[in-house]
Structures are given as structure tokens and as C-alpha cells.
Design a protein around this ligand. Structure first.
Ligand SMILES: [Mg+2]
Length: 378
């Protein structure tokens, strides 16, 4: 951006694109079976000709998110300098009163990521360098996920990921508890001792059930037990932590640092898993990861069912946070990734469980806006 003084750059437009796709195969968790998913891409234009892109987690009713962004957030951004990101976050937060959460914070996340993309382009630096890199050019990832199903189905899922060379694999577990415990043992035997396994329960259990599952996880050397209980039950997590040796992981259901603070600061959680497209974008997710680092809690970015912008923003954060453990890597092909930038599925881009961090300015990706138009929610 050679001919423009950065201080004079102004935002001239904010456009929210609601996108929907049919999943190539359903995602099955304890929470349900998903056949269709949506996101919102946020496009921010400046008078210097720079365009930034962000993504909001908006699995359902994406048009409602787009309306929220264009009617409540856009007017607060037009005419502003895109690099004053912290100030814009505060201003957007004040667009609505009440506790932080839900669509508002997810919408802010989409805008925030686009502002970081523009700021990186203005500085001619990738976002991970703006964040202060730690010399990491690739990020450890784990395969997500072995879907819940019959023994044979889950065996096949595991085999597929091991064939792709993943050294770390996540397994979805659900009810009944007895089946979950049996499959935890079965998959460990099938994977052998050198593969890192973890499970995600998507809030399937009551406390006593989670204690029982926890015993199976500990006996079989699983590295974490993700979202065993509903996220609101913080006391339940604290009790489970006292009765379960396997480390607990959660955070994809947190919208802001405030909501993660208690279970991180009392070290109930060993892994914090914010999703950058939900947890207020790069600005708030960075705060969460850095807060976690102060308590020796690891950062493990969640990106499930998202698009390439969420994945890329997560790679930049992962590359810059000293307490990174491993990032989620989706294994199926998704038009939200392949069509929007031409990127192959993460499972085919990773090598030995590592994904490279883009080195171009900002996010370092090139969006195909024609493809975005084709994915638009009807
Ligand atoms: Mg999860």
C-alpha cells in the first residue's frame, strides 16, 4: 500500500455474505446429526482499495447474522480506520446491551477477523507476525473426528485417518455409557500406543456418567476429555476434575474470556478450545489463549464445521501462541474451503500431522468471490 498513509485509510463498506452447503457426509455427534451447515463471510472494503475477509460461526439462519452485521455493526465502522481494532471491538460490543454471547459475539468475530486481515495487508505482514510469532511456521493438528456409530463404522473412520498419516485423532462419543467405554478401549487397541487419541462428548453426560467414561479414558491413555458436561455446569466440571485423571478440555462454547475465566484460573481445564469465528475473533481469542497461558492451560483451537477463513485465522493464532497444543483439522472436503480459496481439505494438506501457516500479508488467502456468490444461502 505504497501511496497511502495508513492513518488516513477509512472503511467504506461492510458486506455480509450468508453461505450454506450440504455436507458431503453427515456429522454425527451426541448432540445430533448435521446434514447442512452455514457460515457468514464478512467482506470489509477500504478507500485504499484493500479488502479484508472474516468469518462468523453461523451454523443456522445465516441471513439473520448478515442482517445483524449490516444493520447494527456496519454503521459503527463506516468512515473509521480499520487498524483501531480494539476500539472497534468495544464499540461493536456496545451495539447491544446484556451479557456477551450468541449471534452478537459471533457476528463481531467475523468483522474482527476481516479487520486483522486488512491490518496485515497494510503492514505487509502475515497476521501471526503482527501477533508476535514464536518462530512456528507449521502447526500440529489432529484429525477431527471419528464420528459416533457402530463399532465397524468407527473402526473404518479411525483407519481412514491413520492412513492419511495423522498421529493425533479425536473420537466422538455419546450414550449409552457402556458403548462409549467399550469403543474407547476398542479404538485404543486398533490405533496402538503411539497414536494420540482424545474424545469429544458434546455434553452427552451427567456427572456420574462422565466419571465412568473418565475411568475408561484414563485406563486407555486418552489425552483429553472434551465437553463431557453442558458448558453452563461449571461446578460439575470442577467436581469431575477431582474424580477424573484424564485432563478436561472445553471452550468452543465460550463466547468471551469472561466465560472461560473460572475454569481456566482454577485449572479445572487443561485445554482451552475457543473457536475464533465464535469467540469474538482474533482479538478476543488471543486474550483467552494468553490468559490460559498464565495458568499453564494449553490452547487447542476449535474449527469444526467452519470455512477456510476460520481455519486460516486459527492457524495464525496457533502460530503465535506459546501455549499451543494442537489444532483441530477437518478431514472431509468442504466447499467452504475448497470452493472459496481452492484449498484442498486440511487432511490432504497436512503432512505427518502438521499444517503450514500462510506467509502472505494478512490472512494470506485469496478469496474467489464468484464462488462465494454461488454458495450464497437461498
Ligand atoms: Mg467439540
Amino acid at each position: 500500500m505504497p501511496d497511502t498513509n495508513a492513518a488516513d485509510v477509512k472503511i467504506v463498506d461492510v458486506i455480509a455474505h450468508p453461505l450454506t452447503q450440504t455436507l458431503p457426509r453427515p456429522t454425527v455427534t451426541s448432540w445430533g446429526r448435521y446434514t447442512e451447515v452455514s457460515i457468514v463471510l464478512v467482506e470489509i472494503r477500504t478507500d485504499a482499495g484493500l479488502v479484508g475477509v472474516g468469518e462468523a460461526l453461523a451454523r443456522f439462519s445465516p441471513k439473520a447474522y448478515a442482517e445483524l452485521i449490516e444493520t447494527s455493526l456496519k454503521p459503527r465502522l463506516i468512515g473509521q480506520n480499520p487498524t483501531d481494532i480494539t476500539q472497534h471491538w468495544r464499540t461493536m460490543r456496545r451495539a447491544l446491551s446484556g451479557r456477551a454471547g450468541g449471534m452478537l459475539i459471533e457476528a463481531i468475530a467475523g468483522v474482527d477477523i476481516a479487520l486483522w486481515d486488512i491490518t496485515g495487508k497494510m503492514a505487509n505482514l502475515p497476521i501471526f507476525r503482527l501477533l508476535g510469532g514464536v518462530g512456528r511456521t507449521q502447526v500440529p493438528v489432529y484429525a477431527a473426528s471419528v464420528n459416533w456409530g457402530s463399532d465397524e463404522f468407527m473402526d473404518g473412520e479411525l483407519d481412514r485417518y491413520l492412513e492419511k498419516g495423522f498421529p493425533r485423532v479425536k473420537v466422538k462419543i455419546a450414550n449409552p455409557v457402556r458403548d462409549a467405554c467399550r469403543r474407547i478401549e476398542r479404538l485404543r487397541k486398533r490405533a496402538g500406543d503411539n497414536i494420540e487419541l482424545c474424545v469429544d462428548a458434546n455434553w452427552a453426560y451427567a456427572l456420574e456418567e462422565a466419571v465412568e467414561v473418565g475411568r475408561a479414558l484414563t485406563a486407555n491413555g486418552y489425552v483429553w476429555f472434551e465437553e463431557p458436561l453442558r458448558p453452563e455446569d461449571e461446578q460439575g466440571y470442577e467436581q469431575l476434575h477431582r474424580q477424573c485423571v484424564t485432563p478436561l478440555a472445553a471452550g468452543e462454547s465460550n463466547y468471551t474470556l469472561d466465560q472461560a475465566m473460572r475454569l481456566v484460573s482454577n485449572r479445572t481445564l487443561s485445554y482451552l478450545q475457543p473457536d475464533v469465528a465464535r469467540s469474538g475473533g482474533i482479538t478476543e481469542t488471543r486474550r483467552m489463549a494468553e490468559f490460559a497461558a498464565a495458568y499453564d492451560v494449553s490452547y487447542a483451537p476449535h474449527i469444526g464445521m467452519s470455512g477456510i477463513v476460520c481455519e486460516t485465522a486459527s492457524l495464525h493464532l496457533a502460530a503465535a501462541m506459546p501455549n499451543l497444543r494442537a489444532m483441530e483439522c477437518e478431514t472431509d472436503s468442504s466447499p467452504f474451503k475448497t470452493a472459496i480459496t481452492g484449498a484442498a481439505p486440511g487432511a490432504d494438506r497436512q503432512k505427518n500431522g502438521y499444517l503450514p501457516v500462510p506467509t502472505g500479508p494478512g490472512l494470506g488467502i485469496e478469496v474467489d468471490w464468484d464462488a462465494v456468490a454461488r454458495l450464497r444461502t437461498s
